[in-house]
Design a protein around this ligand. Structure first.
Ligand code: LMR
Length: 359
């Protein structure tokens, strides 16, 4: 259980530290990253033959375009066009316009969609509860620890588990750390008692809300705003970028800058589609995805900071900066979740992660 630090302004203790998983090099500013990306584009594949029909790659996701995942998908689509010389056309379907949460996982396995980037909390629905390790509250104490999980052997092992389900894992995308919101102040753990809290479909998040005395309400992301508006749910958790772009601040008068848990994504593709691509086209898509991942991860921090500032400026929600004492009370209340769920996360996976983190 990470101790975590408290930033003076209540901002995420990880905001300054996160270089973004997937290799955005520390100190590589957005301008340099863009420059590198553009320089790489000059090596793009030759143009598709005139009149030839490009391969369609359908990329479905459930968040708004102006979010870290939405921007990553749009950047990938643009760079894929350039890196494959127009041979592959990526069609992005944002904001659940093609499929909702559970549907998109089923559609990917059926080949009805080619690429998705679900929250790691949703992989339990694929029969892969190990991915819910990312949902454990206060697990990570900064970017380096998160990267140790995604960039190292454990991350490769998790991706390896996807293959048997006809899925290939391609990249880890960052969003950020979650804050809690509700229709009443959430200062201490007892303030959650009796609240209906919308969660992603994850047994770890279910256990998290139960440990706080709340009633977990699993719902698709696309139904969250309406659930909060109608009282089906009293509150929820998400990074600021998701809260803002779904207008949740308009129906959540209180929020606490807890940064208690991580939300990130795996970019995954239908294995048969991916293996069926021309090798040169697949290599072009890999180049495009690597550049899009670096840019998206580098911009995730700024996206969440901008979203929080916009919500604070709107005055619709009162954001409570958590004190160190309050944070410690939440950490203590949620400590049992780690032990209770260790078995579900594949027995020794948590122990191996702790060893890898030198804990
Ligand atoms: C949620 O369902 O709250 C998030 O996973 C949505 C997303 O994909 O960021």
């Amino acid at each position: 259980m990470a101790s975590g630090h408290q930033m003076p302004d209540g901002s995420s203790p990880f905001a300054a530290a996160r270089p973004g998983p997937h290799g955005a090099r520390p100190g590589l500013g957005r301008r340099q990253a863009l420059g590198l990306g553009l320089a790489a584009l000059s090596l793009a594949a030759p143009r598709i033959a005139r009149g030839a029909t490009p391969v369609r790659l359908r990329f479905s996701h459930v968040v708004a375009p102006d979010t870290p995942k939405g921007q990553g998908a749009a950047t990938f689509a643009r760079l894929a066009q350039e890196e494959t010389g127009g041979a592959v056309a990526v069609e992005v379907y944002p904001n659940s316009t093609l499929y909702k949460d559970r549907e998109e996982l089923e559609a990917l396995q059926l080949g009805a969609v080619d690429m998705i980037a679900p929250s790691l909390a949703k992989f339990g629905q694929l029969g892969l509860p190990e991915f819910e390790i990312f949902d454990l509250p206060y697990l990570f104490d900064g970017a380096a620890e998160l990267d140790l999980l995604t960039q190292g052997a454990l991350g490769a092992e998790l991706f390896g588990k996807l293959e048997a389900r006809g899925i290939t894992g391609l990249a880890w995308w960052d969003n950020g750390f979650k804050i809690m919101s509700a229709n009443r102040p959430l200062i201490l753990p007892e303030d959650f008692r009796g609240l209906k809290m919308r969660i992603q479909s994850s047994r770890v998040l279910d256990a998290q809300m139960l440990a706080l005395g709340a009633e977990p309400v699993p719902l698709p992301f696309s139904e969250t705003f309406r659930a909060l508006q109608t009282g089906v749910a009293d509150g929820t958790e998400n990074p600021p970028s998701n809260m803002f772009t779904q207008h949740m601040h308009r129906v959540q008068p209180h929020a606490t800058l807890s940064y208690h848990g991580y939300l990130g994504y795996a970019v995954i593709v239908n294995r048969a589609f991916w293996q069926g691509l021309d090798k040169a086209h697949r290599a072009g898509l890999e180049r495009a995805l690597a550049q899009a991942s670096t840019q998206a991860n580098a911009m995730a921090r700024a996206g969440n900071a901008d979203a929080l500032a916009a919500m604070q400026a709107s005055g619709a929600t009162r954001f409570h900066p958590q004190s160190p004492t309050e944070r410690q009370a939440w950490i203590a209340a949620l400590a049992p979740v780690h032990r209770a769920l260790a078995e579900r996360l594949g027995g020794d996976l948590l122990a191996r992660l702790d060893r890898a983190l030198g804990r």
